[in-house]
Design a protein around this ligand. Structure first.
Ligand code: NAP
Ligand code: ZN
Ligand code: ZN
Length: 352
């Protein structure tokens, strides 16, 4: 298969900082869209992957799955895009296209497994996939999203992961007018969860460890903030929430939040991946028919639905625009929750 080289930023081992390197991209096949990347959001999953937090990272690793760009080439069977169009790529660049999940627009739950935008198995080249910290990407049109023309492009990039990851559980658990939703953690995912839940008509509460974020949370649309380390404050929230979206990236005590669910309420984990410690106490779950669930990103149709909704309601992310060369510092700041509320890379800095 014919390829061409592009500049990218990636890391060659767990400890190594990210640096400039070259990666191959395939020449567009008949179904492919070639995209010149303008902006790429920085997700906490990028950091988990670069540092092999989940195991299984193949090096060199080039993260980035919140991609916005312009189409520079299309294969001759492409019908959704033409050269010059805006285009987005999120966390999925391929799936089997025929299992029951794929048939139901749930590519994120593809039974043989979806191909991640980075650190996936590239079916064309046989290597690992390389993400959006790069000049260009080539993706089958099925996995490419249309971007509303009215939104700020840099601030739209985070919708491709942080947006859809919080949108999907909000829709699955049928959040709407009158729902009571809580969000744990005010970071990239958390701030999108607040904006989207609010726009869907919910009453929204933020659980945060960080009292200094309270003002921002209210400005973003939260109706109240509960400081999760304050026991009296927590006990006042008992029995309130139909849905809690927990975005905390690291191990934490989930039991702490269960008493704040209503009868039949659900706490959905979207952040931390792994065994819980302490273990779940089933007593409040059984006695209140409460659930603890998980959810991963969203399907392609659902991502388009979310983007169209954001276009209509003028919803984008709160961002800090950085140069590609600042990525290592951005990771350190993200670890300290020192980002309001998503870093986005201006890819012009890589091309210069
Ligand atoms: P982020 O911007 O770093 O935000 C995480 C927030 O969680 C922080 O702002 C902080 O909020 C809180 N937090 C951080 N460390 C904590 C700790 N040790 N204990 C308690 N709270 C803590 O991260 P993100 O990009 O939103 O991603 C969040 C997680 O979701 C990551 O693990 C990421 O890999 C995962 N993710 C999952 C999916 C999926 O499909 N399920 C998709 C994308 C990302 P406060 O200061 O307000 O407490
Ligand atoms: Zn992500
Ligand atoms: Zn499938």
């Amino acid at each position: 298969m014919k390829t061409f080289e592009v500049k990218a930023y990636g890391t060659e081992s767990i400890e190594a900082p990210l640096k400039q390197l070259n990666i191959p991209r395939r020449e567009a096949t008949p179904k492919d869209v070639e995209i010149d990347i303008l902006y790429c959001g920085v997700c906490h999953s990028d950091l988990h992957t670069a540092r092999n937090d989940w195991g299984g990272t193949v090096y060199p690793a080039v993260p980035g799955h919140e991609i916005i760009g312009r189409v520079t080439k299309v294969g001759n069977e492409v019908s959704k895009f033409k050269v010059g169009d805006l285009a987005g790529v999120g966390c999925i660049v391929d799936s089997c296209r025929e299992c029951s999940s794929c048939e139901h627009d749930l590519e994120q739950y593809c039974i043989p497994g979806f191909t991640g935008t980075y650190n996936g198995k590239d079916k064309h080249l046989g290597t690992q996939t390389f993400g959006g910290y790069s000049e260009k990407v080539v993706v089958d049109e099925h996995f490419v999203l249309r971007i509303p023309e009215n939104l700020d492009l840099a601030a739209t990039a985070p919708l491709l992961c942080a947006g859809v990851t919080t949108w999907s559980p909000l829709k699955h658990w049928k959040v709407g007018k009158g729902s009571n939703v809580a969000v744990v953690g005010l970071g990239g995912l958390g701030h999108m969860a607040i904006k989207l839940a609010k726009a869907l008509g919910a009453n929204v509460t933020l659980f945060s460890r960080s009292p200094e974020k309270e003002k921002d949370a209210l400005e973003l649309g939260a109706d109240q903030v509960v400081i999760s380390t304050d026991e009296t404050h927590m006990s006042k929230a008992a029995g309130k929430f139909d849905l809690i979206i927990d975005t905390v990236p690291y191990i934490h005590d989930v039991n702490h939040y269960i008493p704040t669910l209503t009868i039949s309420g659900t706490l959905v984990l979207v952040g931390y991946l792994g065994k819980l410690d302490p273990m779940l106490n089933t007593v409040p779950m059984i006695l209140g028919r409460k659930s603890v669930a998980g959810s991963v990103i969203g399907g392609i149709a659902e991502t388009q639905e979310m983007l169209d909704f954001c276009g209509k309601h003028n919803i984008t992310s709160e961002i800090e625009l950085i140069n590609m060369q600042d990525i290592n510092e951005a990771y350190e700041r993200m670890l300290k929750s020192d980002v309001r509320y998503r870093f986005v890379i201006d890819m012009a800095s890589l091309k210069a």
